[in-house]
Design a protein around this ligand. Structure first.
Ligand code: X8Z
Ligand code: ZN
Length: 624
């Protein structure tokens, strides 16, 4: 659901940029500026290009960013919690300021590119230069226009609702709940189509946003915004793209087997007219507004003989879990690993329940308001298994933020943005039956014969997500570099949805639609590849932490709950923040410096065998 890592309000979007931090985190979006005086000083002071002036510039920029990040975070927090014309204007104003300062620092940083510096300052310089995700052109009029557009796009998403004929107007989380619960294809189709209406007015704004941000990226010496986004991974941009292809190539056979199985089951449930046996799966039948995670249709596709027979949503209800109790339980997991409890202000300042009386950005996010201890989440929690996992996801951001709080400001971030997204998910992989029993939610741990059901449930969320996690930025990068023109936005979107996910729009779409805008991270300008990376990394982390915890059984049954050694190791990586290239951070927990899909494939190996057997027995023709 929601993002932000800080989530993304517009400001955040604009700024996160600057610091390379992760999208979901508020704090990361930095800010800059405060007085015109300071701004001028920075530029003038650096007219001599030597290491001494470079270091002086870096220190000055870092100090200013640290100061401004707090102003920006507060403004964005208020905007996302109270979307009105006034808070939108404040958000646009701070976005404009932050972007102008970030761009100024990035421009200045480029001048020192050839100066020899110690590794710490060289890294800080690179961060200053390449961490923007929405760079504005140097022209202040264009900067103001970009800030305005970015704010407006966020507002359109946050305020989005669809009204049914009977007068019920549903917000995004409410429509998502409907998509997860209903099995009536007509209702699913209406919710699917209705939500996408909110995105139509975004199209001209998005088009102009791309134009301006591309110009900003070029002003900074990048070919386009795609190159800038891909330059944030301690490797050459094209090598990063190749790395993604490599990882996806390893995972695709498992995805294909899952796709084949699910398509066959849906065909049995809905029949040939609604869910054909061949070709891409209609996107409204997968239990999720974007067909990105399919766990909510588990009951429809579960194996009769291996269903573990429990459902976390039902267990939460049966045990009277409300939104706060869900968050407390997630906090308890981190505490069991040795992390300090969340501060009182987390509980008093976070948003856990969707307010009835105002528009808020409901997409879940985690925030760090003061770069120290004022960490919070903002989430319209639904009392479901899915949101129980998302709570762990968000807290992962908060614990990361707090762990790196003693780093210099420019290193207050994750090793790369995929790391920020992976921490809470790693913890959530430990929500196993034995953990549920330990915390009193489950009476009996299902025996090993039920493992296929458990693995299938997990794969419906994790494996189904992977091509989606990849395709969003495959689309955006092509939009940024001009391979996809505005006249092709929607068609190209669906071409990629089909290519990667094997899903199709359930009704004809045209260029009057702007379906990418119906996904939070597009109007929010939050890079999305981070989630694909996180889905690989979390399995590597889980496996390594389970090894540290002395796990000897199958890794899908391992829970690191209560293991301080695993917690310690994890904390070491979190504390390092962005201070080292990500392979070094990865090495701390896993003892390896490369991302590798093997941990994913090993985890799901028994499922892959089972899926292939099922598909063979049913004589299914896989592929689309
Ligand atoms: O946006 C998020 C998080 C906040 S960073 C809730 N996620 C993505 C999404 O909802 O699309 C987590 C998984 C993918
Ligand atoms: Zn996140």
């Amino acid at each position: 659901m929601k993002h932000p890592f800080k989530q993304p309000s517009k400001i955040a979007l604009v700024i996160s940029i600057a610091l390379g931090l992760t999208a979901c985190q508020q704090a990361e979006e930095e800010i800059i500026t405060s007085t015109a005086e300071v701004q001028n000083t920075v530029i003038k002071a650096t007219s001599t290009i030597d290491s001494e002036s470079a270091i002086k510039f870096i220190n000055q920029a870092e100090a200013e960013l640290a100061q401004l990040s707090i102003e920006g975070a507060r403004t964005e927090w208020v905007y996302s919690n109270f979307i009105t014309e006034d808070t939108a204007a404040l958000s646009a104003a701070i976005g404009e300021k932050m972007t102008s300062r970030s761009v100024s620092f990035a421009t200045e940083a480029a001048k020192y590119a050839n100066v020899e510096l110690d590794p710490v300052n060289a890294r800080k310089l690179h961060i200053l230069r390449s961490s923007l995700v929405l760079p504005a052109p140097l022209d202040p009029v264009k900067n103001a226009e970009l800030a305005q557009i970015s704010s407006e796009l966020n507002g359109l998403y946050g305020k989005g609702k669809y009204c049914f004929d009977d007068g019920r107007c549903l917000t995004q989380p409410e429509l998502s709940a409907l998509m997860a619960e209903s099995q009536d294809p007509a209702v699913l189709l209406e919710a699917w189509q209705g939500w996408r209406e909110i995105a139509k007015p975004m199209r001209p704004l998005f088009e102009r946003e791309v134009e301006l941000a591309n110009e900003g990226a070029r002003d900074l010496g990048f070919a386009d915004l795609s190159e800038l986004w891909r330059s944030q991974y301690d490797m050459k941009p094209d090598d990063f793209s190749a790395e993604l292809d490599r990882l996806w190539g390893d995972i695709k056979p498992l995805y294909d087997s899952l796709h084949c199985y699910v398509r066959g089951e849906l065909n049995e449930q809905y029949g040939d007219d609604i869910a054909p046996k061949q070709g891409p799966i209609p996107a409204h039948l997968l239990g999720n507004m974007w067909a990105q995670q399919w766990g909510t249709i588990y009951n429809s596709v579960a194996p009769e003989d291996a269903d573990p027979g429990y459902d976390v949503t039902a267990l939460l209800a049966a045990n009277n879990y409300d939104e706060i109790k869900m968050v407390e339980q997630a906090e308890g997991f981190f505490s069991s690993l040795g992390f300090d409890e969340l501060p009182d202000t987390f509980w008093t300042r976070s948003l856990f329940v969707q307010p009835k009386d105002r528009d808020v950005v409901c997409h879940a996010s985690a925030w760090d308001l003061d770069n120290e201890d004022d960490i919070r989440i903002k989430m319209c929690i639904q009392k479901t298994a899915e949101d129980f996992t998302v709570i762990h996801h968000e807290l992962g951001h908060n614990y990361y933020q707090r762990a790196y709080k003693n780093q210099p400001h420019l290193f207050k971030g994750s090793a790369n943005d995929g790391f920020h997204e992976a921490i809470g998910d790693t913890i959530a992989l430990s929500i196993t039956p034995s953990y549920l029993k330990q915390i009193g939610l489950l009476d009996e741990v299902p025996d090993a014969s039920k493992d296929i059901g458990l693995l299938l449930k997990q794969a419906l969320d994790k494996i189904a997500f992977m091509p989606f996690g990849l395709m969003i930025d495959q689309w955006r990068w092509k939009v940024f570099n001009g391979e996809i023109s505005p006249e092709q936005y929607n068609q190209a979107w669906w071409d990629l949805r089909e290519k990667y996910q094997g899903v199709a729009a359930p009704i004809a779409r045209t260029e009057a639609d702007f379906d990418p805008g119906a996904k939070y991270h597009v109007p929010g300008n939050v890079p999305y590849t981070r989630y694909f990376l996180a889905h690989v990394l979390q399995f590597q982390f889980h496996k390594s932490l389970c090894d540290i915890a002395g796990n000897e059984g199958p890794v899908h049954r391992c829970s690191i709950y209560g293991n301080k050694e695993a917690g310690d190791k994890l904390n070491q990586m979190l504390e390092a923040g962005l201070s080292q290239p990500w392979p070094e951070a990865l090495n701390i927990v896993t003892g390896t410096k490369s991302m590798d899909a093997k941990a994913v494939l090993d985890y799901f190996a028994p499922l892959q065998v089972w899926l292939d057997e099922q598909n063979k027995t049913e004589n299914r023709q896989c592929g689309w």
